[in-house]
Design a protein around this ligand. Structure first.
Ligand code: 13P
Ligand code: SF4
Length: 365
């Protein structure tokens, strides 16, 4: 059986989206789905949330993994942090806290557990470790990388600093700890505008190096015309695939569709959208504005996860999957907790400076 204390911890996590189903306290939305679930299935309240993606025949095997993970979480005093792009069978079942990369970083500091399992990519696990040096942080698959994190090295930043003396460096959290250590501040797509404005004021400058996501820097630049953001050529391999024509085609095929885009998309794609924001920003938009028909121009598991709580909204679903996020599976999470591997370790010479850049970001409200 599931540990209801885990659910209580999840409910206590204020700023992040919490799945009510794990506590068995199904919301009106999920109880609607619940009505379709054959009663003999195990964990029917969880199956209700994933029934669009997992057949009744597959579910008993998946439920066995979920139960094993819940047991291991109790034994290890562990929590699972899940990014919004995680597959529905992780996001809706074993993840205790879910959200965008900013929320996961904030929550990593407050979790009351000995072990954090990051159901997300490596840089997210590193950020959790930076903020919790005394806790064990596990990444279920070390191959879960990120094309943005791969696009820049600490040496690149040192060279840029020589080229642009006195210009502060703001790096996206989608970077390695070594890169963060060379940075003045971190940012996420959820707070980038706020961070660059804060840095410009604090340093009394008009130029800022904003690295490594070229498109994020260009999209943020539109909101801060008074500043000059110097970008790098890093791109997200998922978001760079969207084109303005894709959006126009979607609007023609699905009249009235509201288009939400992640700011890692190229600026000409964002210009075609009705709203641009982080993964949490897009989820909040759907919750607050309740568009009749919507498309999320981002990794496609996100729509699966947001749709669970909005059965009356039609989600148009083009599908670009992040291959790195897909490395994280229920069996991989179970193995991580069974074997307590792979533990994220950060060179202490790097960790202190990297932590400072993340903490400076978190201090900006
Ligand atoms: P968010 O910070 O919006 O969750 O984005 C993280 C990410 O990797 C998007 O591709
Ligand atoms: Fe990195 Fe893009 Fe995957 Fe996000 S979606 S983790 S930015 S590769």
């Amino acid at each position: 059986m599931l540990d209801l204390n885990v659910a209580a911890r999840r409910d206590a996590a204020e700023p992040v989206i919490a799945s009510p189903a794990i506590a068995g306290s199904a919301s009106p939305d999920s109880s609607r789905a619940f009505a379709r679930v054959p009663a003999e299935l195990p964990l029917p309240h969880l199956y209700a949330r994933v029934s669009r993606h997992i057949t009744p025949a597959e579910w008993p095997l998946v439920a066995r993994e979920v139960e094993a993970i819940e047991r291991l979480k109790r034994e290890r005093n562990a929590v699972v942090l899940g990014h919004n792009y995680q597959a529905p069978e992780i996001f809706n079942t074993v993840a205790d806290i879910v959200g965008d990369s900013l929320a996961l970083a904030r929550e990593a500091v407050t979790v009351d557990a000995d072990v954090i399992v990051m159901a997300g990519v490596h840089f997210m696990a590193e950020t959790a470790k930076l903020l919790n040096p005394a806790k064990t942080v596990l990444i279920p698959d070390t191959r879960a990388g990120c094309s943005l994190a791969e696009s820049i090295t600490a040496q690149d930043i040192r060279l840029l600093r020589k080229h642009y003396p006195g210009v502060p460096v703001v790096t996206y959290v989608n970077t390695s700890a070594e890169v963060k250590a060379e940075s003045d501040y971190c940012c996420t797509s959820g707070n980038a505008v706020k961070v660059v404005r804060h840095v410009a004021k604090e340093w009394g400058v008009k130029r800022i190096l904003m690295l490594p996501d070229e498109y994020l820097a260009q999209n943020v630049q539109k909101d801060v015309p008074e500043l000059e953001l110097i970008a790098w050529k890093g791109h997200c391999e998922v978001h760079e695939r969207f084109t303005p024509q894709d959006i126009r085609d979607l609007r023609e095929a699905h009249p009235g569709v509201v288009v939400l885009a992640h700011p890692e998309c190229p600026p000409d794609v964002v210009a075609e959208a009705d709203y641009a924001g982080s993964t949490a920003g897009m989820a909040d938009y759907v919750r607050d504005e309740k568009p009749a028909r919507v498309v999320l121009i981002t990794e496609c598991s996100m729509a699966d996860n947001v749709a669970v709580n909005h059965p009356d909204i039609e989600f148009v679903r083009p599908c670009n999957l992040c291959p790195h996020m897909r490395r994280i599976t229920l069996p991989a999470i179970r193995r991580a907790l069974e074997t307590m591997t792979t533990q994220v370790e950060i060179d202490p010479a790097v960790a202190g400076r990297a932590r400072l850049a993340v903490e400076r970001m978190l201090a900006i409200r």
